[in-house]
Design a protein around this ligand. Sequence first.
Ligand code: CP3
Length: 361
Amino acid sequence: MHDLAQTSKTASKPAPSEAPFLSALAGTAVSPPPIWLMRQAGRYLPEYRAVREKAGGFLDLCYAPALAAEVTLQPIQRFGLDAAILFSDILVVPDALGQRVRFAEGEGPRLDPIRAVADLDRLDLERTGDTFARVCETVSRVRTQLPAHVALIGFCGAPWTVATYMVAGRGSADQAEARLWAYRDPAGFARLIDILVEASITYLDGQVQAGADALQIFDTWAGALPEPEFESWVVAPTHRIVTELKRRHPHVPIIGFPRGAGAKAAHYLEATGVNGLGCDTGVPLEQMRALADRGVAVQGNLDPLLLVAGGEAMRTRVEATLAAMRGVPFILNLGHGIVPETPPEHVAELVALVRATTPSG
Ligand code: CP3
């Protein structure tokens, strides 16, 4: 266990030079590379399940700052990772806008679908304040308890990905409902995206003011869109969010995670203005290397199932990844979130493997 208590009283906002994660995001090659894991707080940890039971529902946990701060810190205490990610969910934004989100046990999220312009009346940008304030309270509690060398990541879902849940009313394999609305009525769908751009800016701005050191924009379903729609619904809204956040907080780095973007990832990186690119498991190491050679930070991209398997398979791939990304700004992560079946010991092994990298080789 890593003791956070000792540093908590003197904790301060980290400077990039003292937090390896922020150095990498600033474009420096750090060795060994910083490591954190998407969904690092979650059901694979017994201490998470214990707090989750105490909280009741999943969203109740997200809206209880003391408990949400506790679970945010759990993977830092257990594994000594280089960054903490705020414990919350991308669906807090529709919930705050008035489209109530429910998480049925073992079933994933459920919302009353929004399918047409008339349904947008149910969303109210003016009433997000109370909900966002609770999440921001978690951010400030976590920041005061983290040592300065551990960065705190705030996040939101990208407008396109959040819209896919709002329109379908649940997670879907092909995001068909949102794609169909966008094809049939682009002007109407754009109004939903505009609402999400505004809400996301307010939400991320609040997280930075509360103490987030960096931000990540999760576009889990970016890969569902062909080129012109990728431009309209992934690149353009993300660019608007990044531009406004940069205007308000020029020194806060932003990572974009356009999952499944494939060959469009390089364009996404340039056109949105993000500082770092989160790569999914399908991105070849040579492509990650080529992107990082331009001086931007690249993050990724181990298969979450390698972390379940552990052993030789995990070690071989970690070594190949570290070798491919040597000498460029790189953050080691998974290509998607940790799955609940992951043995926590494998995470500890992964961290030890990465930290065993010597600065020279
Ligand atoms: O990374 C972290 O540890 C921070 C917390 C975090 C969660 N969700 C916690 C969570 C983050 C960053 C997310 C992002 C998120 N949420 C995304 C984007 C990234 C991705 O995974 O694709 C998406 C699409 C969601 C929406 C969502 N939340 C779904 C589809 C589900 C149900 C599926 C599941 O795993 O149960 C959730 C629930 C959720 N979000 C859990 C956690 C820990 C599990 C809830 C529980 O404890 O029962």
